[in-house]
Design a protein around this ligand. Structure first.
Ligand SMILES: [Zn+2]
Length: 669
């Protein structure tokens, strides 16, 4: 009796405090009376959201919380509802919208959830698991509730996710969390927020794995675990998309289909006929041909029935990729030439934008007979990168840009402006910048971020970054974090995101900041300066596919041993600070990564010197270090081996070590 009276008194006092300042309190000791409540039939997104919320509550409170269906709710006193809205919330949600509402006894976390691609036993995908497959389908499914869980955990419980996996989750343990009553909503400004993760599939692991010693072989399960961790991290960064606009080389299959019945839709080549000159999947079209738009729209109508979700928003008008034939295989016919305002001295390989804008407009006109809001997509790159000079863009074209962080931003901006002056209203941003890594820190984070911001200022409505390479812990983790997180709110500054990242290191913040700034100075003051000196402002010199060897071949002009001494000293000083266990562990892993960077630099130097005995010794040291530490730090090893072989022409000299297969097929890259 006495005890229960005491309990009532304490409750009354606590109740009064919350009257004055209404809030929802999560208490470690009261966790058994609280539950995550799901609708009776919860879909994969809600089930996955519940597991993520439970996992994070466990991390912060060291206590388990129950997950129950709503029919069992009465066994509990306080609720976190998932995928269930408060009664007074009646408005429609926008695509992917994420909302949480904190009341005094209940929290509601919900959002626009749509499973557009459902799991099927016949084609179970990589994960062979319905919940994971559907929740982590970044291409098709909208997980508004899951985004709301992450927004809640970040804003209200102080979580930061600086890399995939549990060792990238930063938080402060507590026994009580007081959450003021409020409603918060997040709507993505970008309809597509994408960083390609194709380098992490099991198929890619097998492909890249050919370049690595057998110690780096991953089983299918190990490989899928890495992919899954990455995709979960991407969801925590709120990557995904709410519409599917398709950009792809559109005419790959046209030659076989139409060569006999409609030969006039193909390019009239330098040879004076309309025949494919190189690979048939790279045949070029005749953009002025009046039948071509009709054929494209017919194709789209047929495909729309088969793949409604992929095809309902856009038709790709993107020309096939070039095939190393220069101007020869582009259309030389009079009608096409009459469309282009080419300048004296320019060839077809320099400029054909007008004729393609003409084609895209024609496709749009034809397609809009059938669907009012259909869009037509086109690439602004290579000989279509320059803005059109004569043609104007109809409202309904969506242009995709591949501008380079190593290009001149004034020139990039002029390109955007030129397209805008010709009528471009929206664009997609699809840079290759994330591919330029050499395996030691480059300090590219600010430059790459600014390239993104430039696109945002010119009305980019979505991104498609090619590609996640996966070198974390002091190499490119800050780049990945700022680029991914910058898409949550494209107005946010680099400094703000850098600050979020550095804050997880507590008192060691300044030392870690010095570490990253050291590499950033090398990039901004040496690497980028040299790149800009050597390129024409658009086409990059060494920050380019299969051209990184030009950078590593001169590695000592950009890096010295002293850089590794200096950055090691920042990490040493950081470890002397009074910091959390998590931060300590992370910095210790950065130390291992920095040792690896130092050995990589030595190997590049030996390769540059060209003394075979020295190369073999340095390469052996490097690879033994990799084998010893392969599970201690988070580096996508197989890809690193392949990159250093293919893009850096095996400067390290792995070919002398005996583990490479005799035949290496590089055509797949
Ligand atoms: Zn033509």
């Amino acid at each position: 009796m006495k005890n229960s009276l005491h309990f009532i008194l304490v409750s009354l006092i606590a109740g009064c405090i919350s009257c004055a300042n209404p809030s929802f309190v999560i208490n470690k000791s009261k966790m058994p009376s609280m539950a995550i409540i799901l609708p009776d039939s919860a879909n994969s997104i809600l089930l996955f959201s519940a597991e993520e919320l439970k996992k994070h509550i466990k991390l912060i409170f060291d206590e388990d919380i129950d997950i129950v269906p709503i029919k069992n709710k009465d066994q509990y006193k306080k609720y976190i509802f998932l995928g269930i809205r408060p009664r007074q919330f009646s408005r429609e949600l926008k695509p992917e919208e994420a909302v949480y509402v904190i009341g005094k006894t209940s929290i509601y976390i919900f959002g626009n959830d749509e499973i557009n691609r459902t799991y099927s036993d016949e084609s179970p995908g990589d994960f062979i698991n319905k919940i994971t497959s559907e929740a982590l389908d970044l291409e098709y499914n909208r997980p508004g509730t899951l985004f709301a869980v992450y927004t809640f955990l970040e804003n209200e419980a102080g979580f930061t996710w600086i890399k995939p996996g549990d060792d990238g989750i930063f938080f402060t343990k507590t026994s009580s969390l007081e959450l003021p009553v409020k409603e918060v909503s997040w709507n993505p400004q970008l309809i597509q927020r994408n960083i390609r993760a194709g380098t992490f599939t099991y198929r890619s692991q097998l492909m890249y794995g050919q370049y690595a010693p057998k110690e780096f072989n991953l089983s299918e399960e190990e490989s899928l675990n890495k992919l899954q961790d990455l995709l979960i991290w991407m969801r925590r960064m709120r990557l995904g998309r709410n519409e599917n606009y398709r950009f792809s080389h559109a005419f790959n299959s046209y030659w076989e289909k139409y060569k006999d019945t409609k030969p006039d839709i193909f390019a009239f080549t330098v040879k004076g006929n309309r025949k494919a000159m190189g690979r048939i999947e790279r045949v070029k079209m005749c953009p002025s041909n009046p039948d071509l738009p009709k054929i494209i729209v017919e194709e789209w109508k047929n495909n729309l029935q088969k793949f409604p979700h992929q095809k309902s928003k856009s038709i790709s008008g993107c020309e096939n990729d070039s095939d190393g034939l220069g101007s020869d295989d582009w259309c030389h016919c009079d009608a096409c030439n009459a469309l282009d305002a080419r300048e004296p001295g320019e060839d077809l390989y320099d400029y054909v934008t007008d004729r393609y804008v003409y084609l895209w407009n024609a496709i749009l006109k034809e397609a809009r007979k059938y669907q009012d809001d259909i869009m037509v997509t086109g690439y602004a790159y290579e000989n279509m990168l320059q803005p059109p000079r004569k043609e104007k863009l109809e409202d309904g074209l969506l242009i995709e840009f591949i501008p380079r962080m190593g290009g001149d931003y004034d020139i990039t901006e002029k390109l955007y402006e030129g397209w805008e002056n010709a009528g471009m209203k929206k664009m997609m941003f699809r840079p290759n910048d994330m591919n330029w890594e050499i395996g030691i820190p480059m300090g590219q984070e600010e430059r790459i971020f600014n390239n993104f911001k430039l696109a945002i200022r010119h009305n980019a409505i979505g991104t498609d970054f090619d590609s996640m390479l996966g070198f974390w812990e002091g190499i490119s983790d800050l780049t990945y974090y700022t680029l991914a997180k910058g898409q949550v709110d494209p107005q946010v500054s680099f400094e703000k995101l850098e600050d979020e990242f550095l804050t997880v290191f507590g008192e060691a913040r300044e030392n870690i900041s010095q570490y990253y700034r050291h590499w950033r100075n090398i990039f901004n003051n040496k690497i980028l300066k040299e790149e800009l000196r050597l390129n024409d402002g658009i086409n990059t010199y060494f920050l380019e596919w299969a051209r990184l060897y030009r950078l590593t071949g001169r590695i000592d002009e950009f890096y010295s041993m002293g850089d590794f001494d200096t950055t090691d000293s920042y990490l040493d000083k950081a470890l002397q600070k009074n910091i959390s266990e998590q931060a300590r562990n992370y910095i210790q892993r950065m130390q291992i990564a920095n040792q690896h960077s130092r050995l990589t630099f030595s190997s590049f130097m030996a390769g540059k010197g060209g003394n075979r005995a020295d190369m073999v010794k340095k390469a052996n040291d490097l690879i033994s270090f990799r084998i010893q530490n392969k599970n201690k730090i988070d580096i996508h090893w197989n890809l690193l081996f392949q990159y250093q072989h293919y893009h850096m022409k095996d400067q390290i000299g792995t070919r002398y070590l005996g583990f490479l297969p005799k035949e290496l097929d590089t055509s797949e890259f």
